[in-house]
Design a protein around this ligand. Structure first.
Ligand code: FA5
Length: 350
């Protein structure tokens, strides 16, 4: 082997044995293998060699190059591993058995009332359904007896997507799907439809102490033979007395919704001011909480259910307002504020 090559290889091995940092190793790499490096420079000596010598010399230089690259690569891995070990050993040690000192999170007040309502209705045989926030015009309006240009749409302006879908303005948007989902079991097996579906609703409207543009409702439907307003009132009363664990003053007055007939507004006496009137109840002493009514025959028909044989009720509970009343929250906007100080007060009541 060429003497120059042997001495360069020995030199490289000695340099590599001494190096202690990745930065120094990189300098060595450039010094040997870089464009102006000593191994690359060996090629310049080839000019003076014969054809046969060039072949042997070239082969030996290439072998040295490969060996140098390999030894540098191995040293790089060794030094990287050493750096990782050094970093780990310099990290603060901790005892995994020490109790965590962080504060625990808490449930949002709306989640708390929603869960409570779900539990109440589950014990009365209702299923709890989940439903999309993005719906079609058919789901939110047309299937509910609200054709295009019906004035009832003015009360529920919402946010539209470019493809014509919309963010649901009411949980009633799920009614048609629920009737279709459980209608077969009702008709063929006589199993009543009993379902609730909580969900986030959106309306393009100005906010105040009792109105938000994003809020929660919980819809409920029951359909069977001979369902009447008495059944509706029973379920509403049971739900309210369970949620508040005390007698609440309630009033039922006529209300118009194209998807129920007759329709009612169920108001509760404002628990913030005790009925005297305040900003939370628009100074009326009453808070609109749960509109309801008997499902309109056209809506039943659209859901595949014969209104001559079956009747049913539906309600649309304002969950956000229920949370306000239950926890004495004066301004609905606090619930969407993200203020942990305000919201974390309700931890205990799971
Ligand atoms: C409806 O949304 C009907 N879908 C309810 C219904 C269902 C009627 C089934 C009949 C049968 P309304 O727009 O009134 O109705 O809203 C229902 C409840 O949601 C209100 O009573 C109120 O508690 C709550 N709500 C409505 N708008 C807002 C808002 N902007 N911010 C907070 N809560 C609201």
């Amino acid at each position: 082997m060429n003497e120059n090559i042997i001495s360069l290889q020995n030199q490289l091995e000695a340099d590599i044995a001494k190096v202690e940092s990745l930065a120094d190793l990189d300098s060595i790499r450039v010094g040997y293998l870089g464009k102006k490096g000593s191994i690359t420079g060996l090629m310049k000596n080839m000019k003076s060699l014969s054809h046969e010598e060039k072949k042997t010399f070239g082969k030996e230089v290439n072998e040295l190059k490969t060996a140098a690259a390999k030894i540098i690569e191995e040293k790089t891995a060794e030094l990287k591993q050493k750096e990782i070990e050094k970093e780990i050993s310099s990290m603060p040690q901790f005892d995994i058995t020490t109790p965590v000192a962080l504060d625990r999170g808490s449930y949002h007040p709306i989640t708390l009332v929603q869960r409570q309502c779900e539990e109440i209705f589950r014990t009365m045989g209702f299923t709890v359904e989940d439903y999309s926030e993005v719906v079609t015009d058919y789901e939110c309006f047309e299937s509910l007896n609200i054709p295009k240009h019906h004035p009832a749409r003015d009360m529920q302006d919402t946010y539209y997507l470019e493809n014509g879908q919309l963010l649901k303005s009411q949980t009633s948007a799920a009614q048609n799907a629920i009737l279709k989902k459980y209608g077969k079991n009702l008709i063929e097996n006589g199993v009543p439809i009993r379902a609730i579906f909580p969900g986030r609703c959106f309306r393009n409207e100005a906010t105040d102490a009792c109105h938000e543009n994003t809020f929660f409702q919980m819809e409920g439907v029951m359909v069977d033979k001979d369902i009447s307003i008495s059944n509706l009132i029973y379920f509403m009363k049971t739900m309210l007395s369970e949620v508040f664990q005390k007698d609440i003053k309630v009033r039922l007055r006529p209300g118009f919704f194209p998807f129920v007939e007759p329709g009612f507004e169920l108001d509760i006496s404002c628990l913030i001011c005790g009925g005297d009137g305040c900003a939370s109840c628009k100074h009326s002493g009453w808070l609109e909480l749960c509109p309801c009514g008997m499902i309109h025959p056209e809506v039943l028909k659209e859901g595949g259910i014969d209104p001559e044989k079956y009747t049913g009720f539906a309600f649309g509970l304002g969950l956000t307002r229920l949370a306000m009343m239950k926890y004495g929250i004066k301004d609905i906007r606090d619930l969407n504020s993200g203020s942990l100080k305000a919201l974390s007060q309700f931890t205990d009541d799971k």
